[in-house]
Design a protein around this ligand. Structure first.
Ligand code: SF4
Length: 241
């Protein structure tokens, strides 16, 4: 199979996984609400778009293909900020803090709070369904008092959420399972999978055409990223099959 066909069939697989996920998610929401629960997500509530969003490279390719030039420009500027500040982080905690406090919101978020690539958004975004008001999705728990944290924890429905978070567990688990299938599909075709920071992976595809390098294998891809100053373990994770 040619490189182009490999990517094409992989993209088709990912699209089918999204359809499956969206169908199952509707059932999960119906079941949760039927049992008296409430999902607070809605168009314009943007708080979770300030979190670090990771995804597989095939998912990022789908988003990259859907971008306007204006969106691509914003992704490029976002990636430049990431590269400027990534050297300041020493561990995962400081990376997540840097993302939230310095880098800021996803560059694909529209001014009205809607997602600019809604149909192509990755599993990480699809699978976060909030059982609490949206301000909790953007809360910095490091800044809450012990009493506030305890009140939050006590308010969670442990039978429904990914404890100690407030997101619905069924959709989060399903999103992770289907995301893993996208990674397996990539590894089956190219001998390794690549995942990482969503805007950064989009940038690698839009500006550096990484999908043309990947068929040469894990080692070559890693070398290209390292030699171009584009590798960082929090931004790009390569996993050899
Ligand atoms: S891709 Fe869309 S839903 Fe996901 S973080 Fe960006 S704006 Fe939010």
């Amino acid at each position: 199979m040619t490189q182009k066909n490999n990517w094409q069939t992989l993209q088709d697989e990912v699209r089918k996984l999204y359809e499956l996920f969206d169908r199952k998610t509707m059932e999960c929401i119906d079941g949760y609400m039927h049992a008296g629960g409430l999902i607070h997500c809605g168009k314009g509530c943007r708080s979770c778009c300030n979190l670090t969003v990771n995804c597989t490279f095939p998912e990022a390719m789908g988003v990259a293909a859907a971008l306007t030039e204006e969106q691509a420009g914003r992704v490029k500027a976002h990636a430049a900020r990431l590269l400027e500040h990534i050297g300041e982080v020493s561990d995962l905690k400081s990376y997540l803090r840097m993302q939230r406090r310095i880098i800021g919101f996803c560059p694909l978020l529209l001014d009205d709070g809607a997602c600019g690539v809604y149909g192509a958004r990755p599993f990480s975004c699809r699978s976060l369904l909030s059982t609490k008001e949206s301000h909790w999705c953007g809360a910095d728990f490091g800044e809450l008092s012990a009493a506030e944290k305890t009140a939050f924890i006590d308010s969670l429905d442990r039978s429904a959420v990914s404890f100690p978070m407030h997101y619905l567990a069924t959709t989060r688990d399903l999103g992770q399972q289907l995301e893993a299938r996208a990674a397996i599909g990539m590894a089956a075709r190219f001998g390794f999978s690549l995942s990482g920071n969503l805007p950064f992976l989009i940038y690698l595809e839009r500006e550096h055409h990484l999908s043309k390098v990947i068929p040469q294998g894990c080692r070559v891809t890693m070398n290209v990223l390292e030699q171009s100053g584009l590798f960082h373990p929090f931004l790009t994770m390569l996993d050899e099959a």
